[in-house]
Structure formats: C-alpha cells, structure tokens
Write a protein that binds this ligand. Structure first.
Ligand code: C2E
Ligand code: CA
Ligand code: CA
Length: 646
C-alpha cells in the first residue's frame, strides 16, 4: 500500500486517511488560489511582450488549478469515500510535482521576453509560489519534497545558465531556504501525526468509557436471572414517577411474593426454581395494565400497575395476575403449582422507599392471611405503620439500659419440690410508663440491629439481680436468632459472666428452633462455641411447628423445653401424650433433660409428670415477676404450698 509520508507508513488506517485528507482540504484550495492569482498576474504583466501561444498557457493552468481547488474543497472531501480519499492523496503527490514543473517551465519560458523589472518579478513570483506551496503542504513531506525539487532544480539551473551576476548566491539561497523549509515540514508532519494519534486514542478511550458505562448501567439495572428489571431499576422508575406532579394518576406499586418457592427449589433443584422465576416474570409482564415490573430479589417481584386504575380496578388486575400465576408451570415433565400473595399501594409520598414500605406492610398482611391473598394498604394500615415507625424511632434512640426491665419466671423441679432455675423475660418501655412484652418489640430490636446489645444487657442484668453464685440458682436467658450466628458472641457472653463473678455453667441459654433454621451449620458451630465456654443450652419451644427429632441428636443440647402448645393437649389428647412420651424417652436416651412450659393447671402438671417430665414452668408454678419477688419465692423454699402441689 502506498503511504503519504514517512510517519504514515504504519498508519494508513481509515481514520488517519480521513483526518489527513481533511487537513489537506483546508490548505490545498487556498494554495491553488495563490497559484491562480500568480499565473494571472504574470500573464497580465507579460501581455504586451510574450507571444500569444505562451500567454494562452495561463488559462490552461488556471482551469487545471481551479479544478483541483474545487476537487479539494472541504465539503466535497467530507462526503468522499475513504478509498477515493486514499487515491486522491497519492495522486496529489504526483500532480503537485508535475504542476509545479509546468508552472516553473512556463514562467521561465516567459523570462526572455521580459525587461529586467519583469524578470525580477518572475524570480519573485516563483520564489513566493514555491515557499507558499512547501509551507502549504507542510504536513505532507513527500509532496513538499516533490514540489521543492520541481521548483528548485530547473530554476537554479536556469539562473546559473543565464549567467546572472549573483547566480551562485541566488541558487545557494534557494537551496538553503528550501532545505530548511523541508526540515520544517518533517517536524510539522510528525506533530500532525502525534496529534492525530492522541486524538484517536482519546476518542477510543471515550468510546470505551461510554461502552463501559452503559454495560455497568445494564448490569446494575438488569436482573441477571430473569433478564428483566432488578430492584434498582424498579425503584428508579418509581422515583421518576414520584418526582413528577401528583395528578392522581401515579402508578400502583404491587409487591408479589411467591408461596411454595422454597419447596420447588428443595424438591426439584435450583434450575427448576430459576425456571419458575423466569416464567413468573414473563407472566407478570404479559398482564394488561402492568407498566413496569421486575424482581426485587429472591422470589419477590415488584409491579407498577397503570395509574388510571382505581382501587377496584387495581384489585381486579391483581386478582387476574394471581390467577395467571396459579396456572401450572411445566418443568422437565413435572407440573409445578405455585401461588403468591400481593400487597398493593398507590404510589405517593416523598420517596420510593416510603412506597415500598407501605406495599410491604400490605404484603405482610396478605401473607398472614395466606392462600395467595391480596391486600391494599389502607388508612388503618397507615396508622399502624406510623405507630410502628414511632416505636422504631423510640427504640432506636433510647438507652436500652434505662428502658429495659426484667421479669423472672421460675422453673420448678417437681421431684425435688423446689425452684431450680429462673428464666429472664424482657420488658421494654418506650416512655417509662407503658411496658411492652417481647412479642411487640423483639421484631423492632431485630430490625434496628440491637438484639446483640439486648442480649448482653439481659445477661449482665440477670446476673446482677439474681447473683447465681450466691443463690445456687440457674438462670435462663433467651437468645435472639442473630445471636446464634453472630461472630464472637460466645466469647463476649463468657466475658460478661466472668466479669460478674459468675460461672457460665450457671447460665442456661435458650435457643428456639426457628433461630437455628436459617443457617443450621453455623448455628451448630456457635452452640458448640457456647458450650466450650461452659454455657448450658436449651432448645426452646420444642414441638411448636415442625420439630425435627434428628436435631436432638445433632445439636449440643442440655435441655429441651416442650412448647406450651403440647401442654394444652396433654390432658385431653392421647395422640399428644404419645408424641410427648416419645420425645421424653428419646431425650432421656440422649442424656438431654426435658422441661415443659405453659403449665397452667394441676391436671396439666399431673399429665406431664405421668410422662416422666419433672421440670415445669408456667403460671401454675409462678408468673413472671420482678427479681425481688421471684427471689423471695425461691428463698422461701418449696413453692409447692403456694401453688398447691403436695
Ligand atoms: P418463651 O421463651 O417461650 O417464654 C415464655 C413465654 O411464655 C413468656 O412470655 C411467658 O410470660 C409466657 N408464659 C409463661 N408461663 C405461661 C403460662 O402458663 N401460660 C401462658 N399463656 N404463657 C406463659 P413473654 O415474656 O411474653 O415472652 C415471649 C417470648 O419472648 C419468650 O418466649 C422468648 O422467646 C422471648 N423473649 C423474652 N425475653 C427475651 C429476651 O430477653 N431476649 C430474647 N431474645 N427473647 C426474649
Ligand atoms: Ca424461653
Ligand atoms: Ca418457650
């Protein structure tokens, strides 16, 4: 391939060719204009002396120069294909050389007809045209060299041949200045190439940055699994709606949560689960009235329903969606049936997160109702939510130390006829007046991330109030789900116990099955860590919900606490008695103690005793009481008389 100068050798690429041609197009027409002017000037000066044939060459040169000038006009160059440009640039080098030669030959041909003044003019015109040509083509060295040779050689030889008095000096000046000019063209050409290269690099970087940014945006807003919108995209869309004026047509935000998804994942594998999520995503998208939808995470989807819907219409649309999801999903020959709960809220308020919070509250209610219920967030919900937010703020802001109170409930050993342990039960007050039970504030403690603090405080206070090292009493503390997976919790708790001057072996930690469910492996390891520190461990609420007997073998347990649901059935239901008897026997074989809670009557206590359970807890033996009261009952010795046990 031909090149356009030394530095072009490796750079004949399209972008370079275009840049180069554009640069030429800004110079060549002007250069041709200068040539035309000079030719006309010379012809006019020699009009009376030169032969007509010589003068007639002028219009020919003018026409040729004009056609080349037009050819190189920037507008025309800009529209020409790159192959043509490449050809033009190569042609320019050749034509430039020949054009210069014709111009010099014609000028020198006129020389004999001129008077001394006109001859000087010729020298001047040739010199000026040559310098203009070389400088004009400064960034195209090869063309510049050809121009220089075409001008300098014949002209110097002519000057020497005509015997001009200063012929040698003139020729030397010509050659020297030309050489300098050519050197300059090299520098300029190099600068041009560098500039163009860095411009191209910059353009390439900009392009890459833009591509990267769009890829990032895609990644950040697309759900990798369904290929639809993800949480961020949905929330961004919602924010856009909220940023506009509230014309009563803001969309409805629906949160949709699949029921039975975990079952599909566990039974048919994750590929089936993924297929379900994709199918559900597709079905949501196909529903009329859905303006946008995406997956928030897990098996939860967010949907924006048309803002033109009123409450009835959106409920109808949600019912239609619910029915569409209930349609069987086929996967590898299996027929999967799922359904989902829906929480609805008309988008309003300041931010997407406030909308999400309300739709989520509605969804929570729907899930509680079960069977794929649909709930729209209403005024009463707003009141409840505001209350929850207020309590949440109060909980978040309070010093737990000042707002927490502990009640203690005895655990009674029927064989020894005495209290052997007391369980600490927390009460929290938002204002120091009204006291709330754990059912009301534990979820908030969890949501505000303060369960660890709560547990540490309960432990320290229980030890301070009950002083097990003096009373010989075992104290029981309830752990929150997060305590069971929190790193370093065992060491922290052991340090608190040792600081108080007690022994971890006097502390029973109560853990519910539900707390273990989330991450059983980690929870088991944590229980072992507690055990290593000397704590004892009880499995709380056993028998409520789906208890698994294998846990009794796998977990490091000292006691299981049978749930009060079982207690209620013991006196009346032979089946419950059989199950409880089996659990007690198994626990006994595994060397695990057994207690029962929620015992409210003597009949229940009797039924439990008949099954071999001796440790009992419940209103029948003592209600949760402040420390002073609980310890007084304990100190009085056998509480049997108080509760009527003989
Ligand atoms: P739990 O560990 O099963 O505690 C026993 C709950 O049953 C207590 O409710 C107690 O007041 C109640 N109860 C005891 N005897 C009877 C009875 O004969 N009949 C009836 N109907 N109920 C009885 P409370 O104090 O409301 O505690 C509820 C739950 O909150 C506790 O259940 C426990 O899981 C949790 N909890 C309590 N204190 C704490 C704490 O300090 N930290 C943590 N993480 N959880 C706590
Ligand atoms: Ca408990
Ligand atoms: Ca319990």
């Amino acid at each position: 391939m031909r090149c356009y100068g030394r530095h072009w050798q490796q750079r004949g690429g399209d972008a370079f060719t275009i840049a180069y041609a554009r640069s030429v197009s800004h110079r060549a027409p002007l250069l041709y204009l200068a040539v035309i002017f000079n030719v006309l000037l010379v012809a006019w000066t020699f009009r009376a002396r030169a032969p007509l044939a010589m003068l007639l060459v002028a219009p020919v040169i003018v026409v040729l120069a004009a056609s080349r000038a037009l050819h190189w006009l920037p507008d025309r160059v800009a529209t020409r294909p790159v192959d043509q440009l490449r050809h033009d640039i190569v042609a320019m080098q050749r034509l430039g050389g020949w054009g210069a030669l014709i111009f010099v030959a014609w000028s020198l041909g006129l020389y004999p007809y001129g008077d001394p003044g006109q001859r000087e003019l010729l020298h001047f015109v040739i010199a000026v045209t040559m310098f203009a040509a070389i400088l004009g083509m400064a960034h195209a060295p090869e063309t510049a060299v050809r121009l220089a040779l075409a001008f300098t050689l014949p002209w110097s030889m002519f000057v020497l041949a005509t015997g001009h008095a200063d012929a040698v000096a003139i020729s030397l000046a010509q050659v020297f200045v030309t050489a300098i000019l050519l050197t300059m063209t090299q520098v300029q050409h190099r600068d041009f190439v560098r500039l163009e290269l860095s411009r191209q690099l910059l353009a390439r970087r900009e392009r890459q940055t833009a591509e990267l940014a769009s890829a990032h945006y895609r990644q950040a807003t697309v759900d990798y699994l369904t290929g639809g919108r993800n949480r961020r995209a949905i929330l961004n869309g919602l924010e856009e709606h909220l940023a506009g004026p509230d014309d009563g047509m803001r969309p409805w935000l629906a949160l949709f949560d699949l029921d039975g998804f975990k079952h599909v994942n566990d039974t048919y594998g994750h590929a089936a689960g993924d297929h379900v999520l994709r199918t559900v995503n597709g079905r949501i998208g196909a529903m009329p009235g859905v303006s946008a939808h995406g997956r928030l995470g897990g098996d939860e989807f967010a949907i924006l329903f048309d803002g033109a819907f009123d409450r009835e219409a959106v409920l109808a649309a949600a019912r239609a969606l619910s029915a569409a999801i209930r349609e069987p999903i086929l996967y590898n020959g299996a027929t999967l049936r799922l359904f989902g709960s829906i929480g609805l809220h008309r988008a309003q308020g300041a931010s997407a997160s406030t909308c999400l919070e309300r739709a989520d509250a509605a969804l929570y209610k729907a899930k509680e109702q079960g069977d794929g219920a649909i709930v729209a967030f209403g005024e009463a919900d707003e009141v409840a939510l505001q209350r929850r937010i207020t309590v949440m703020r109060q909980f978040n802001a309070c010093a737990l130390e000042d707002r927490l109170r502990l009640l203690y409930q005895p655990i009674f050993d029927c064989r020894e006829n005495r209290v052997v342990s007391i369980e600490a039960l927390a009460r929290w007050s938002p204002d120091g007046i009204e006291w709330q039970a754990p059912g009301e504030f534990l979820a908030i403690a969890d949501a505000t991330g303060r369960t660890g603090e709560l547990t540490r405080l309960v432990l320290a206070r229980t030890l301070a109030e009950c002083r097990p090292w003096l009373t010989g009493l075992e104290v029981s503390i309830n752990l929150a789900a997060r305590d069971v997976v929190r790193e370093g919790m065992a060491e922290t708790m052991a340090a608190i116990v040792v600081d108080a001057g007690a022994s971890p072996s006097s502390v029973m930690l109560e853990v519910t099955e539900r707390a273990l469910q989330h991450d059983p492996k980690r929870a088991t390891a944590q229980l072992l860590a507690f055990r290593e520190q000397g704590f004892r461990i009880a499995l709380d609420d056993f028998g409520a919900g789906w208890s698994s007997l294998s846990q009794l073998r796998d977990l490091p347990l000292d006691r299981i606490k049978l749930d009060r649901e079982l207690v209620g059935a013991l006196a009346t239901d032979p089946g419950a008695r059989a199950v409880t008897g089996m659990i007690v026997a198994l626990a006994w074989q595994l060397g695990i103690g057994c207690s029962i809670e929620g015992v409210e009557s003597e009949a229940q206590a009797e039924a439990a005793r008949a099954l071999g359970i001796h440790l009992m807890q419940g209103y029948h033996f003592g209600r949760p009481e402040p420390a002073a009261e609980a310890l007084r009952v304990y100190a009085q010795g056998p509480a049997a008389s108080a509760v009527g046990i003989g």
